[in-house]
Design a protein around this ligand. Structure first.
Ligand code: TYD
Length: 143
């Protein structure tokens, strides 16, 4: 798995009346939630993200439909498909992310540890790779 990322099974209570997922800050996820946003009305031509954060931690859940999330730690990259409401992707600091292949009905919910801070964004991939390799340590170069 890419460094500072984790796919988690969210606790889901199911019975004949339906399903319920509950997420507790500093329990299910390792951070306080200070912001929530969601992306919808995207489609298979939508390609979003193209950035990393210096400090932000996030949990991404596709609560309806599906979407592919490309993640990179500056050494390698991987694509995680989020396609069910009980599957979450935690993304910590210094991870590049791109969102693509949105189903027309996709709703991507994001729980974030910090308020919206433009200065926390890194939007240049080449600069990101340099910074991420310093952050995660040059010893990982061979991965
Ligand atoms: P943007 O960062 O381009 O979204 P994505 O990473 O999915 O491509 O954000 C789109 C717009 O929404 C941009 O004008 C900034 C604004 N925005 C906020 O005001 N608050 C937020 O928490 C987020 C994530 C975005």
């Amino acid at each position: 798995m890419i460094q500072n990322t984790k796919v988690i099974d969210l606790p889901c209570w199911q019975d004949a009346t339906g399903s319920l997922v509950a997420i507790e800050a500093n329990g299910t996820i390792p951070f306080d939630v200070n912001r929530v946003y969601y992306i919808f009305s995207a489609n298979d031509e939508s390609h979003r993200g193209f950035h990393s954060h210096r400090n932000l931690e996030q949990l991404l859940i596709c609560i309806h439909g599906s979407v592919d999330i490309l993640i990179s730690d500056g050494f390698s990259s991987e694509t995680v498909t989020l396609n069910k409401p009980e599957k979450g992707l935690i993304i910590g600091p210094m991870v590049w992310r791109e969102m693509m292949n949105f189903a027309d009905d996709a709703v991507l919910l994001v729980l974030a540890s910090r308020h919206y801070e433009t200065e926390d964004y890194m939007r240049d991939f080449d600069e990101f790779v340099i910074e991420a390799r310093k952050y995660f340590g040059e010893t990982n170069r061979s991965r």
